[in-house]
Design a protein. Sequence first.
Length: 137
Amino acid sequence: MAVPKEHAVVLFDGVCHFCNRSVQFIVKRDRSGYFRFASQQSSAGSALLAACPEARGTDSIVLIERGKAYTESTAVLRIARRLDGLWKAAYLAIVIPRPIRDPFYRWFARRRYRWFGKQSSCMLPAPDIRERFLSTD
C-alpha cells in the first residue's frame, strides 16, 4: 500500500487506550490533515508494517513519512513537529541521541496496558474524521 507524498501515516496499537487517545490528540492538533492513521491490527496497517522492515516486530507507534519508517521516540518527535501550536517545540529533543531517548520510550510503552488498559477491539473513528483512517476493519 503506497502512502501519498503529501501525507504521513501513523500506525498505532488499536487495542491500547493510550494509543487511541494519542490519535485523537494528534487529530485535534493537525488541522491541515497531514497525518493519516491505521491501526497495526487492520489490513492496511499490517500491509504497511510488512513493507517496512525497520518497523517489523514493533507493537508501538510507527510513523511512515516520505517512504521511510520511524519508530519509538523518533516517531513521536517527528509527529510533534507537525502539530499546531507549541507542540512543535518538542522536536528540539531530537538532539538527544536515540540510544538515550528510546529506553525511556520503551519503559513507558511496556507499561501502557497496565496504566491505561486495553480494549477488545480497535476504535471506530467518528464520521467527521473517518476519511483520515486508511481502513476501519
